[in-house]
Ligand binder design. Structure first.
Ligand code: ATP
Ligand code: MG
Length: 618
């Protein structure tokens, strides 16, 4: 995609004007551009916060060209699917001179918790977005809670009753289910459908005043039981539920249904483009019906918000159902919500994915109107693209075996002698014009160094270029050496020590560096200054690309090898990492200092984010 380079270097908080023109267009951008061109929302007023028609009427012309919102229910941790929705809603508002509201859809009293509210706010900010607007020197915070709109929702319900558009139904749940009909069968009118508005109003107030038991009655919109769209067959809009709400406490024993609450939330906040996932497509006719009724009644102002649906994100090897993610945590299949194998935003963050990579990913996968699966490798590709020029390089030996340079004292005068080696932190290609390169890394070479076990073969296979008896290789950034053979083996015949001879005068960066030709350069860490590190090698959590498709039990597809912990040696520049700092371990891939455990008790802990090349197809 031609736009990818531009967007990957696009700063989060770049000015709005810079945004839209570099982005790949999609159906939502086209709708917004058309609305802006036609001035669909140009006449809107903004009262300075959410409110009804009268409130906004008393306000100013809305300085925001469009308003979008991100409306999670605070009932769990956000995942990579929500990240797509966040990047989309906040990104569109940013690109078109609008505002995106951060709204908690907390109308359901049973499931919501403060812990989730905090983690959601944190996730949105970490991804690089905020809910503050600044127009004409005036700053506003657009952090809203749907439960603050309960009074208006109740008023809207009473209005619908009075205008003959809603009734209290006292059928049993089973009768209601049967009388709703199904796809091939029209519904049947409830015997309570013909009640007068006065009777309905009295009964609805009985519901509100706690005179009816939970489930004894519901308020329903009066539309048509014959509608081909089942969602239009007199949907329930209020139910009785005695539950303490985290915000409103015990003030209410009736609560609005989602399908009634959501359009009202949008309208009170003057949302222009209400973007949701495809499963809400069948709800759109009710959304529009409700908006028309409340505008007719003068409670809301035209033009109403409009709902648009896009395909939710499905990622291979990943589960994005909050319930199933909770199951992984509760059944201890992972260490918690922030386990680096989890697709939660806290998990991705701890794993080492960057906000820039996730934003680039959201941009690259685009928005469509039909469901599809995105290959996980797309996300890793975005990470590599983001870190390629940013992550400092370093050497780490993940499967260490000792290499002894047996002639060390002969060449340098003593076994204890060490020498500094230097290597650039970033390759020349990663330094932009005019940018000062970061200081070089410095590490020590001495008699003993750590090398990768796979870099030595007693009897080399054909074409093998690394260490075997008689072969000459370079210790990267250090000296050229000639392998002399096995130094020691353990009882199982495993090599525990390799021997070689250092060749004097061949150090990298000195005039004699090229005097002896090496067959290969291998990575290594000096025993003198190498630091022992715990390295967590993560792999996909599931072995099946679609672990929960078609009713499969996703737990059957858990990858038993999704985490391998090794004790590695790393060079000093890596050991000095700050938590969350990312590196490219030469030849191994991208790693991050674990944000929770690194540095605790002096321990050095790294997580592998991803390898240097795509391995998802293998
Ligand atoms: P879950 O089904 O995992 O519980 P949800 O849709 O119920 O998720 P909400 O808190 O209601 O979670 O979601 C907030 C917003 O995120 C909604 O606008 C929703 O459409 C969007 N969203 C949720 N999952 C995805 C996904 N996989 N892809 C894109 N958007 C998503
Ligand atoms: Mg939901």
């Amino acid at each position: 995609m031609s736009s990818s380079n531009t967007s990957s270097h696009h700063k989060n908080n770049a000015p709005a004007a810079d945004g839209a023109e570099h982005k790949v267009s999609n159906f939502l951008r086209q709708i917004i551009e058309k609305d802006l061109e036609q001035g669909t929302y140009a006449s809107r007023q903004w009262g300075g916060g959410p409110g009804d028609a009268a409130f906004h009427d008393a306000g100013q012309p809305d300085p925001a060209k469009i308003r979008t919102r991100f409306p999670p229910e605070p009932n769990g941790y956000l995942h990579v699917g929500h990240a797509k929705s966040i990047c989309l809603n906040f990104g569109l508002a940013r690109d078109y001179g609008g505002v995106c509201h951060m709204r908690f859809d907390d109308t359901n009293p049973e499931k919501e918790e403060k812990e989730y509210v905090d983690s959601i706010l944190d996730a949105v900010q970490w991804l690089g977005f905020g809910w503050q607007s600044s127009f004409n020197g005036k700053t506003e915070q657009h952090l809203y809670y749907a439960s603050n709109y309960f009074d208006f929702m109740y008023r809207a319900a009473e209005y619908l009753i009075t205008a003959g558009h809603a009734y209290v139904d006292e059928q049993t749940a089973e009768e209601m289910r049967v009388n709703r009909g199904d796809f091939g069968k029209p519904g049947v009118d409830s015997p309570f459908r013909a009640r007068s508005p006065q009777e309905n109003l009295a009964r609805f107030r009985d519901m509100r005043d706690g005179k009816l038991a939970d489930g004894a009655a519901v308020l329903r919109a009066k539309i048509s039981m014959q509608s081909p769209n089942i969602n239009m067959r007199d949907p329930a809009i209020y139910r009785i539920r005695r539950a303490t709400h985290h915000n409103t406490g015990d003030a209410w024993c009736i609560y609005p249904m989602y399908t009634f609450a959501h359009p009202i939330e949008d309208a009170l906040e003057q949302i222009t483009h209400s973007i949701c996932t495809l499963e809400f497509e069948d709800q759109r006719p009710f959304y529009d019906w409700l908006m028309e009724r409340l505008i007719e009644g003068g409670l809301l102002k035209a033009p109403p918000p409009r709902q648009y649906e896009f395909a939710r994100l499905n990622l291979t090897y990943v589960i994005t159902s909050k319930r199933k993610l909770a199951q992984l945590v509760n059944e201890k299949k992972v260490s918690g919500w922030d386990d680096p194998r989890m697709p939660t935003i806290v998990g991705l963050r701890r794993r080492g994915y960057t906000p820039e990579a996730i934003q680039l990913f959201a941009e690259r996968i685009g928005v469509t109107k039909s469901d599809s699966w995105i290959d996980y490798s797309t996300l890793d590709g975005c990470l590599r693209e983001d870190l390629e020029n940013k992550a400092h390089r370093g050497m780490a030996v993940l499967d260490p075996v000792k290499l002894v340079l047996t002639n060390w004292a002969e060449v340098f005068g003593s076994d204890g002698y060490t020498e500094d080696c230097t290597q650039p932190a970033l390759p020349h290609s990663a330094i932009a014009e005019g940018q000062t390169p970061p200081p070089d890394r410095v590490f020590k070479i001495g008699k003993d160094v750590w090398i990768e076990r796979e870099d030595f073969e007693e009897v080399p296979p054909k074409g093998y270029k690394r260490l075997f008896p008689g072969n000459v290789v370079r210790l990267k950034g250090g000296y050229v050496i000639e392998c002399t053979g096995v130094g020691a083996k353990d009882a199982d015949g495993q090599v525990t020590e390799v021997h070689a001879k250092v060749i004097a005068g061949t150090k990298s960066g000195t005039p004699g560096a090229d005097s002896v030709k090496a067959k290969a350069a291998i990575t290594w860490v000096g025993a003198a200054d190498g630091v022992s590190a715990e390295v967590r090698l993560y792999d996909r959590l599931f072995t099946d690309p679609q672990p929960d498709a078609g009713g499969k039990n996703f737990l059957d597809a858990l990858n038993p090898d999704s985490l391998k912990v090794v004790t590695a040696y790393v060079e000093p520049s890596l050991a000095a990492a700050k938590p969350d700092q990312k590196f490219q371990f030469e030849r191994h891939g991208y790693f991050v200092a674990d944000r929770t455990d690194h540095g605790v008790g002096g321990k050095v802990v790294f997580n592998r984010v991803t390898g240097l090349k795509d391995s998802w197809g293998k």
